[in-house]
Design a binder for this molecule. Sequence first.
Ligand SMILES: [Zn+2]
Ligand SMILES: [Zn+2]
Length: 277
Amino acid sequence: MKQGTFFPDYHLHTSFSSDCDANIHNIIKAATDSGINSICVTDHYDMDFPVRDDEPDMDFYLDADCYYKYMSEIREQYSPSFDLKIGIELGVMDTTADKLNDYALSHPEFDFIIASSHIIDGLDPYYPEYFEGRSDEAAYRRYFESILYNVEHFKNYNVYGHLDYVLRYGTHKKESYDMSIYTDIFEEIFKHIIYDGKGIEINTGSLYKGLSFPHPHPDILKLYKEMGGEIITIGSDAHKPYYVGYGFDAARRLLLEHGFKYYCTFEKQKPKFVVIE
Ligand SMILES: [Zn+2]
Ligand SMILES: [Zn+2]
């Protein structure tokens, strides 16, 4: 994926994620081929994931110790010419938000923790059931409400992932979005995120999932900036090497347009601000 913008990719999956079979060596090769010399792997762990009968292997379980040990060896192997950070994407639900605090605190070795909403009221917006019997507007609102609950209860993360992931799967996803109807709820979400010293990510995965903008929608990004949000990472959410660094030119343009001067990298969960060139 050749492009002219070389942000470190801070949202990437490998074969440690239930929904991914990408080999870490191929991910690193794809990054270096694109001119990116630093990435952070963020494999999935969704505590108490509601496993479906038709997809028994999709349990989104992660053996964190095994994963960290393996990735540490890979990090050594490629150091110092390539900088591999080791992170995790924690799926958060109302039933696990409190428990995940203990989990995250017991894993200080991770460089970076993304909190993400994948399951709401037991349903994944990836499947049509999530949208059945209600309007897209109501389905989206419910998704955002669950994020608010999660940021009120789960405090041990660094950035909240793909804030409007639900838009990927709406039944009218190709039409324009009036995000102003959700300003009230995003104001509440951002109060928590910013007050708690956390951040958000620009997630370009939406660009290869049928949306014309990275997550979050530009109006939501604007609101975050206006409310004083500064911490932001950039990630492709790639589950295949091809998508490493995908759409980072668009991410850079959006960040600069909205007045962001810095993006963040993380080491042992401490942010470092880097000037956007
Ligand atoms: Zn995710
Ligand atoms: Zn992800």
